[in-house]
Design a protein around this ligand. Structure first.
Ligand SMILES: C[S@@+](CC[C@H](N)C(=O)[O-])C[C@H]1O[C@@H](n2cnc3c(N)ncnc32)[C@H](O)[C@@H]1O
Length: 198
């Protein structure tokens, strides 16, 4: 399969909207869940680790999955002995991981996944009982967020529809809130954080 993030990987971390957006998501996750050093967390669609490294500073270990070898390669350049993410370059929806985690986080990846129900089923299976999920992505938009919609399966998400999918996968205490607004020249785009418990 073509690596749709091959070229983007080179400049990913130079985008201030992306860097600041990931920081905002990490801050909101910390407000929702008490992170601690015994936790093992999975970042789904970890990319270059913008969210994952932030979370890694508060937990025992972050693992990251991504289908882009180039994004993972950029992440690995940032690994240090003090702070590192263990990576899997793998589509865990199609090739499931056996490992289970205390929490699953994700930033701006869900709109790249064709079947949202498969995503929630997968992370449910990779979560310990009582574990949490914190999934951030775009609220419903008109298709103008990306300059090129190749690999974009959803123009954001509607609150009620997404909550229903998460509940159908078995999640409890599903909540959805607006946590950020990305201002682009053409318009403003809302970013949500969906949280839930297994
Ligand atoms: C918009 S980027 C976000 C990267 C990172 N989370 C961030 O916030 O900077 C979306 C990422 O999801 C990855 N991705 C797309 N489909 C995926 C899948 N099925 N499984 C894992 N990662 C996927 C892409 O390769 C890309 O790195």
């Amino acid at each position: 399969m073509a690596d749709l993030f091959k070229d983007k990987a080179k400049v990913w971390d130079s985008g201030s909207i992306r860097v600041n957006g990931a920081k905002k998501i990490a801050d909101e996750i910390r407000k929702e869940f008490k992170l601690h050093k015994q936790m093992q967390i999975l970042d789904f669609g970890v990319g270059t680790g913008l969210l994952g490294f932030d979370i890694a500073s508060s937990v025992g270990q972050v693992y990251g999955v991504d289908i882009s070898a180039e994004m993972i390669s950029k992440l690995q350049e940032k690994n240090t002995p003090e702070l590192q993410i263990i990576t899997y370059t793998q589509d865990i929806i199609k090739e499931p991981l056996k490992q289970v985690f205390d929490g699953v986080v994700s930033s701006m990846t869900l709109h790249h996944i064709e079947y949202s129900k498969d995503f929630f089923d997968t992370i449910y299976n990779n979560l310990k009982d009582g574990g949490f999920i914190a999934i951030a992505d775009l609220q419903a938009e008109d298709g103008t967020f990306h300059s090129d919609n190749t690999g974009v399966f959803h123009f954001g998400f509607e609150k009620d529809a997404l909550i229903k999918i998460a509940q159908e996968s078995g999640f409890k205490n599903v909540a959805f809130k607006n946590i950020n607004t990305i201002k682009k020249p053409q318009k403003d785009f809302g970013i949500f954080l969906l949280t839930a418990i297994k």
